[in-house]
Ligand binder design. Structure first.
Ligand code: SF4
Length: 375
C-alpha cells in the first residue's frame, strides 16, 4: 500500500539499526521515552527493541488515552449510565477499563445500563437526535487528537439546539504530561527516570504542531523527535535522537514532516479554543493530579457540560494494589515488573488500564510476545 509499505521495509530497518549501532558511543547508555501508545504498539508489534543495541533503552510513556483515565472518571460515567438513566456513548476501548467495585462500563451494561460504543462523535449526535426523550452523554476521552471532533460535536449540538446532548469531558494535554514526567523523580522507588530524550507523538503533533514541545529542549535540555507510527519512522527518530545526544544538542526535530508542521492544524486548534478552556487540575492515572493538564467546557457551552448538568462530583479512587500501571505510565517500571502480568491480568481479563487497549504497554507486550522476556 502506497505510503505504508515504504515505511515497513525490513531491509531498510536493518540498515537503520546498523546506523544506530554505529552511532552509539562506547560506554554510553541512551534512554528514550516513546510518549505515545501508538509508538509503544509499533515497537512491540515490529519487535523494534530487538533491533537496537543493548545500550539503548526505550521507556514507555503515558500517551495511551484509556491508560491514563483514572478510576474515578470511569465511575462518573458508570454512575450516569446506571443511576441517572442516560444513554452513555463512548469509544470502544473505554468500555473495558476497570472501575470501582469490580465494574467497568461493559459490566455496567450487563446490569442494564444503556451504554453504546460509537466510532465518532457524529454517532453520538445521531443517537441524541433519534431519542429526544432521553439524555445522551458522550464520554469524551483522549489527547489532542480526539479533542477537535468533540469540539465540533458540541458546536453542532448547539446549532441544532440538541437539548438532550452533553459531554463528560476528560480530554487531556500532552505537553503538561511531559513536563510532569520531566519534573518527577522516582528516587524514592529506586527507579530514577533518567531520560535522554523523547520520541514525540505523531497524531497529537499533527494537531498541535511541534512548537508546544520546545520547552522540553529549552528548559530541560532534552531532545524531542516527532515520529510517525510506522517502524521506519520510529527507527529513524531513534537515530536522530542518538545523534542529538552525541552532539550535545537538545532540539525539537520533526521526522514526521509528511503530516506535522511547527504550527500544527490551526483550524482544529481554533475549534478547541472556542469550546474548551484549561482545568486548573486533573487527576491522571500514574501521574496523579497535574495542574492545567486537561480541558473543560467553557461557560458559553455550559449547557452541554455533563458535569454541570448532572452535578457530578469527582472522587479519586486508588488503583488495584497489585497493579503497577501507575509506575509503568511514569516510565519507572516495565510491564514485566508487575507480579500479575500475563497471569491474573491479560487482555481478556484486564486488572489495570494498561492491559485494555492495544496502545497500552502491558497489552502491547502481551500481545506481541514480549511476555516471553519473563522466562
Ligand atoms: S499487567 Fe495488568 S495489573 Fe499489571 S501493571 Fe499491567 S495492567 Fe496493571
Amino acid at each position: 500500500m502506497k505510503y505504508i509499505d515504504e515505511f515497513r521495509d525490513g531491509a531498510l530497518a536493518q540498515t537503520l539499526a546498523a546506523k544506530i549501532a554505529r552511532a552509539v558511543e562506547p560506554g554510553r547508555g541512551y534512554s528514550f521515552m516513546e510518549f505515545c501508545g501508538g509508538h509503544t504498539h509499533a515497537i512491540s508489534r515490529y519487535g523494534l527493541a530487538d533491533l537496537l543495541p543493548p545500550a539503548l533503552r526505550l521507556i514507555h510513556g503515558p500517551g495511551c488515552p484509556v491508560c491514563v483515565l483514572p478510576i474515578g472518571r470511569v465511575d462518573l460515567a458508570i454512575d450516569l449510565a446506571l443511576s441517572r438513566g442516560v444513554i452513555l456513548c463512548t469509544y470502544g476501548d473505554t468500555l473495558r477499563v476497570p472501575a470501582s467495585d469490580g465494574l467497568s462500563l461493559m459490566k455496567a451494561r450487563s446490569r442494564g445500563a444503556d451504554i453504546r460504543m460509537v466510532y465518532s462523535t457524529l454517532d453520538a449526535l445521531e443517537i441524541a437526535r433519534d431519542q429526544p426523550q432521553r439524555e445522551v452523554v458522550f464520554f469524551a476521552i483522549g489527547f489532542e487528537t480526539t479533542t477537535p471532533p468533540t469540539a465540533l460535536a458540541i458546536q453542532q449540538a448547539e446549532r441544532e439546539q440538541l437539548a438532550n446532548f452533553s459531554v463528560l469531558c476528560c480530554h487531556v494535554l500532552t505537553p503538561a504530561a511531559m513536563r510532569t514526567i520531566l519534573d518527577t523523580t522516582e528516587a524514592s522507588e529506586g527507579g530514577a527516570v533518567a531520560l535522554d530524550g523523547f520520541i514525540g507523538p505523531a497524531h497529537v503533533s499533527a494537531v498541535i504542531g511541534t512548537r508546544p514541545y520546545e520547552f522540553v529542549a529549552a528548559e530541560y535540555a532534552k531532545p524531542v523527535v516527532i515520529a510517525g507510527f510506522e517502524p521506519l519512522d520510529v527507527m529513524q527518530a531513534i537515530l536522530m535522537l542518538v545523534q542529538q545526544v552525541n552532539a550535545g544538542r537538545a532540539e525539537v526535530e520533526n521526522e514526521f514532516a509528511r503530516a506535522v508542521s511547527r504550527e500544527g492544524n490551526l483550524k482544529a486548534q481554533q475549534r478547541m479554543a472556542e469550546v474548551f478552556e484549561l482545568r486548573s487540575e486533573f487527576e491522571w492515572r500514574g501521574l496523579g493530579v497535574v495542574p492545567y493538564s486537561a480541558l473543560k467546557l467553557r461557560e458559553s457551552y455550559a449547557a452541554f457540560d455533563a458535569e454541570r448538568r448532572f452535578k457530578l462530583a469527582y472522587r479519586a479512587v486508588p488503583d488495584n494494589p497489585a497493579c503497577e500501571c501507575a509506575a509503568i505510565l511514569r516510565g519507572a517500571k516495565r510491564p514485566q515488573d508487575c507480579r500479575i502480568f500475563g497471569t491474573a491480568c491479560t487482555p481478556e481479563f484486564p486488572v489495570g488500564s494498561c492491559m485494555v487497549s492495544s496502545e497500552g504497554a502491558c497489552a502491547a507486550h502481551y500481545s506481541y510476545g514480549r511476555h516471553r522476556d519473563l522466562h
